[in-house]
Design a binder for this molecule. Structure first.
Ligand SMILES: [Cu+2]
Length: 323
């Protein structure tokens, strides 16, 4: 399996997250569909026993991860009412902690497997710092609880906010495992949007190879919901890929990003960040935005190759035109 750099890869991008984006128009109120509610700010986590975060000089050393920690998720079966209620309650605790900005105790809501192999952090005491800069989740869907062959349960979670803009949509299954009587996050797996989430959306197929994007169509209408459906093609290198959707000052080209002609600091200062999705080889992940204004947008991959080079510098940046 490719290395999972999901949150870690986002840390340098956290400053791009907007609390409000003028370019995004919320169409939900117009089409009469329910408006998503911001999560309530309560963190009922059990709390971590006293402990110490890993010193920064040791954090710089990559964690030895189990390459087989996250097998493909089976479809599972619909959970009974009590199981579903427990799973939703566990998710609401996580959502509440993020809303409250209480990142310290979120580590208590994750399994060791998730902390080490997904977040690639040495311990639960390091989770807080890795989530610094995350905003509250905007919950679009928290439903469809399923029980999997290995006994774990998963919840479909479609959200905005967190590391993305509030009007963006990310679709995932959050897998929970019983750990000493508490349901904890054990895996996150991308999923696709239900058809009724954004009626009339234009679906853009994004194929991610080592190391390029193929985008179809690459010219999109403005003022329309857009779903970016990104598939990471199986490859010999078995590296995962992501799409980070952003806008940069007029005149910027994908070639400039690939050549490293804009520094990370410059991108953070001048970019507008709309959302992201990560997929392991063979997986498909969706992100969506309610609407975009005319202009040039970019898809960029910041996942690191085995030698540490970010994929963007190997060719993974491309332009999308909205007109
Ligand atoms: Cu990539």
């Amino acid at each position: 399996m490719g290395r999972i750099r999901r949150f870690a890869a986002l840390v340098p991008l956290s400053l791009l997250v907007l609390t409000s984006s003028p370019a995004l128009v919320d169409v939900r109120a117009q089409d009469g569909s329910p408006v998503a509610s911001p999560a309530s700010a309560e963190c009922a986590a059990p709390g971590l026993a006293p402990g110490t975060p890993t010193p920064p000089e040791l954090l710089a050393t990559p964690v030895a991860t189990d390459e087989d920690a996250f097998p493909a998720l089976d479809e599972g079966t619909a959970a009974d009412e009590a199981t579903a209620a427990n799973a939703i309650a566990a998710m609401e605790t996580v959502i509440g902690c993020v809303a409250a900005g209480d990142f310290t105790n979120i580590g208590a809501l994750m399994t060791d497997n998730f902390v080490r192999n997904f977040l690639e952090l040495p311990s639960a005491y390091d989770v807080g710092a890795s989530l610094e800069g995350a905003g509250p989740f905007v919950v679009h869907r928290l439903d469809d609880v399923r029980v999997h062959d290995d006994g774990r349960v998963s919840v479909r979670f479609i959200y905005g906010g967190f590391f993305s803009g509030p009007d963006s949509y990310t679709a995932e299954r959050w897998v929970l495992a019983d750990d000493g009587g508490t349901l904890k996050i054990d895996q996150i797996s991308p999923t696709t949007f239900p058809d009724d989430l954004l009626p009339g959306a234009v679906i853009v197929e994004v194929t991610m190879v080592d190391y390029a994007y193929l985008v179809e169509p690459s010219v999109l209408p403005s003022g329309t919901p857009i779903i970016l459906r990104a598939t990471a093609v199986d490859s010999a290198a078995e590296e995962g890929h992501e799409i980070v959707l952003m806008q940069l000052p007029e005149g910027t080209t994908a070639q400039q990003l690939i050549q490293g002609e804009m520094s990370d600091e410059q991108i953070e200062a001048e970019g507008t960040f709309y959302g992201f999705a990560y997929a392991e080889p063979g997986q498909t992940a969706d992100i969506a935005v309610a609407s975009l204004e005319p202009g040039t947008y970019f898809l960029v991959c910041y996942v690191s190759a085995p030698d540490g080079t970010p994929h963007v510098h190997l060719g993974m940046a491309t332009e999308i035109t909205v007109e």
